[in-house]
Design a protein around this ligand. Sequence first.
Ligand SMILES: [Zn+2]
Length: 500
Amino acid sequence: MRCPGTRSALLLALFAAAAPAASAAPTLKGRAVWASPREAGTTEASVVAFVEQLDQAHVNTLIMELKTSAGLFWPSERFAPAVVAEYKAFDLPAVLIRECHKRKIAFHVWFFDFAEGGNSYVAQQHPEWLALSPEGKPTTAEVLRGQPYRMAWMCPARRPGYTDQWLIPLIKEFAERYDVDAIHHDYVRYPGDLAPDTYCFCDYCLEEIPKYASFYSTTHPDDPLTAPMDRPHLEAHWERSPKVLPPNWKDYSREMKSRFLLEGSFFPGGNRDLDYFFYEYRAHHVAEFTRQVFEEVRKVKPKMEFSAAVFKNPVQSGRFIGQDWRRFSPWVQYLMPMDYRSHYAGDFETHLDLLAESIQQQKAWARDFAHFWPGVAATQLYDEEREPVTRLRRLLRDGGKDLAEMQAAFDKVAPRLETFAPDLHDALAAYLKEPKNPEDPTAKLDAFLANVPEGYYPPERLTRTLERVRAQDVEGVVIFSTGGISSARLWKAVEEFFGR
Ligand SMILES: [Zn+2]
């Protein structure tokens, strides 16, 4: 190490004396938040106030969703019918980016890649681009937890299709139009909350999966391509790529083809192993999209960077949702695993251990990415405080007659309510003691839920989670989301953590 000269040594000593530890620059390089456009509002003043809040909390990277299942949040000309009404006249990204850059906050524009709203313009206009089940139905035909499933998932593989005709062009349009620092991928995968093995069996995929996996030769389609069976094990004769499809494949229905591709065997009578190729095809096409969008955008913005919100384990997400994110590394610079509490089993303390364990695994998987910033979901840390209160609200709405269940929910939060919302505590206690009490606590409960008092959600739980992430020696952290931070009153905790 070079020895500092007298002058710089003196300056260093003066600086050290003048700068107390508490006001030192933040130590974590990446201090990011995920945010929704509703948080920033639709006026210059609301955007300025929103960005001021980020700056105050030492946030240095804003990831703002501007293509959601609701539509686009910028006044696009080429994709005008998909723009959300309030954002046709107000150029939100122009104002946001200007205000962020004034304060040296990097701006990542966040896209829902393959998830559209069921009623979205593109899903309605181009039903041929939808991902289809073996029954030939889109995801909007499904039911989840008793409710119609609202998202329309698009086929990532089809060409020409959603990916190259709609998604990549609109990302490119945004990149050309705005001075954005990075493009952020989300929903860069197949659906995971529906049956994971259901999509996609559209006409294109039924043609392409057998070609991709060489289940027949396109130049000798009827040739069995077999060889002498001179090895003891059936699967040991794989390398000549014998014809896998049955001779009457063209007569198979969509359901029959789908079933064969998912449950069939590479060799008749052998292991039921064709699902491997189905999962491989999906993971390939999701990664292929990250490559294509990178190459297209770099044509117009040669220095553009990319970030991605991904699931915690690429080995598992590769199988279940086609998201083996290890394959993204040449085309994504910032890897942001969504290490949310809801993605781990157990109580808060167990979750902290599993989180640390996950991050250590992820660091090895993510070694080819330039930046690794794990994400945490702020409000999910407060299930214990929120769930009993929302349950009380539901029980009151149902007539408030199940006193035993109400009492059980109340007991879980009574001490915190007594401290942070004594009026509500007393009203609930009185109701449970004498349900014919003329005072119905519903109004108080609604007011509480609309504006939870500061401290009710213990900020130290967020701080401990963030500290646990930092203790894994990571470059940055992303918090989901600005809305959750506001509603749980956690800005002070974020400011203190990021300021350290
Ligand atoms: Zn498809």
